[in-house]
Design a binder for this molecule. Structure first.
Ligand SMILES: Cc1cc2nc3c(=O)[nH]c(=O)nc-3n(C[C@H](O)[C@H](O)[C@H](O)COP(=O)(O)OP(=O)(O)OC[C@H]3O[C@@H](n4cnc5c(N)ncnc54)[C@H](O)[C@@H]3O)c2cc1C
Length: 402
């Protein structure tokens, strides 16, 4: 059976690796010319994503992945702050967590290695045709396959063809992200942020997530000889969020964006100490992106009859990064498709895979949208007033308890 995969991001490469491992003839096409020149920050892989990966890649790739990942169980409990940096509370105990944070570039490079020469870079797909089915390119001959899988992300041409239109829409938030080395922060801010992730909330839809990553000190597998993380020491990967539209901010890049973002948060009366993590970021790492989301209803996902063209990952269930589950869901989709295609009754494999994917997509989207809705609720008159009144009270209660 010949499978053509459109998109060599996380889901497409995971699928390519798994199919190749099971002896399928597979070809993965991606428009990027270099898998490591893609950007992106850390991705969280929970237990389920890791067990899916164990099915898809050889144990030696899995070991390198774990040696390059930062274990959540070695992190302190997450914190919640207000815009002044006052502590409001803590997240759950992470000591039992099996989740790992890994650089997106590292994960993609490892998966690309597993796909080997079945990955074709610099190949932009212009569409798909039911006849064959075939993958179409603007500058090359079409490629026929027995099954075409669209793993081409939130703006998928394959899923758009299947659904007859976009499969997701803007979620109402613009995200701004960047990378800051812990050592670049003042001692006071290092002490406040500590080796934990956290989120600061404020009225009017502004929030700041600060994720802590240390693939060296907190390695999930202590095997330095196998490590290939892009992050080489304690680092904060932060994500600032503002209601969409966020004025001209989305069109800016690098230092200009960093300065404009800081000014926007200052105008919203955020304290300088909470903004230090943005101010001390590497300007080249600062980028803006719109959160897109598919429907949270399983019945709305993959709204097409099962056939010889299908799709997975963000192409079907585009998920904002607020639950850290988009990459894991794409990997689990890939493992599910490989499993069903490997079973004796292949005639209903795509149907069974799509049914599972609808449930999985709905589950992760519901979680991710909870946070999005919560942030957007602070941008209503009532929500803004409640946040302004309640956060100082919560901060005072925490101080008293101490
Ligand atoms: C550059 C980038 C950075 C990201 N950074 C983060 C991050 O820091 N944190 C986070 O939580 N999530 C991030 N994500 C999203 C996260 O990686 C995805 O949600 C998740 O991996 C889902 O995987 P996917 O395979 O469905 O889609 P993706 O991983 O987005 O992969 C889609 C792939 O399809 C390719 N593609 C798209 N259109 C075409 C076409 N017409 N022809 C050929 N190839 C095409 C793209 O080049 C891309 O490689 C990022 C995504 C991208 C693309």
């Amino acid at each position: 059976m010949r499978v053509a995969v459109v998109g060599g991001g996380i889901g497409g490469l995971a699928l390519g690796a798994g199919l190749r491992r099971r002896g399928f003839e597979v070809t993965v096409f991606d428009r990027d010319t270099d898998v490591t020149a893609t950007g992106g920050y850390h991705l969280t892989l929970d237990d389920r994503a890791q067990s899916a990966l164990t099915e898809l890649v050889e144990p030696k790739i899995m070991q390198r992945l774990l040696a390059s990942g930062s274990a959540l169980r070695l992190r302190e409990r997450d914190a919640f702050w207000d815009r002044r940096g006052r502590l409001l509370g803590h997240g759950p105990d992470l000591s039992d967590s099996g989740s790992v944070d890994i650089d997106r570039i590292t994960l993609r490079a490892l998966l690309a290695e597993a796909v080997g020469d079945d990955l074709h870079l610099g190949r932009t797909v212009s569409g798909v045709s039911e006849d064959g089915p075939r993958v179409l390119f603007a500058d090359a001959a079409p490629v026929s396959a027995d099954l075409v899988v669209g793993a081409d992300g939130a703006h998928s041409v394959v899923a758009r063809h299947l659904a007859g239109g976009p499969t997701n829409s803007p979620a109402g938030i613009i995200g701004f992200s960047g990378r800051t080395r812990r050592a670049d922060l003042s001692p006071a801010e290092q002490q406040r942020l500590r080796s934990r992730s956290g989120t600061a909330i404020a009225p009017h839809g502004a929030a700041l997530y600060v994720g802590f990553l240390d693939p060296v000190g907190n390695a999930a597998l202590d095997a330095p000889e196998l490590r290939m993380s892009v992050t080489t020491g304690p680092t904060y990967i932060w994500g600032a969020m503002l209601p969409d539209p966020a004025g001209s901010l989305r069109t800016l890049r690098g230092r200009e964006l960093q300065t404009a973002l800081l000014n926007n948060f200052r105008e919203r009366r955020w304290a300088e100490r909470t903004l230090e993590v943005i101010a001390k970021a590497d300007p080249d790492s600062v980028a803006a992106f719109r959160f897109n989301a598919a429907s949270t209803r399983a019945a709305d996902l993959a709204p097409w009859p099962a056939g010889r063209i299908t799709a997975l990952g963000d192409a079907v269930h585009a998920t904002p990064p607020t639950a850290g589950m988009g990459a894991g869901a794409a990997i689990r989709d890939a493992a599910s498709l490989v499993k069903h295609l490997s079973e004796t009754d292949r005639s209903t494999a795509v149907e069974r895979f799509e049914a599972e994917m609808r449930q999985r997509g709905s589950e992760v989207l519901t979680l991710a949208m909870k946070t999005v809705k919560w942030i957007l609720a602070t941008n209503t008159p009532l929500g803004a007033a409640a946040t302004a009144v309640l956060t100082p009270l919560m901060a005072a209660a925490v101080r008293l308890r101490r």
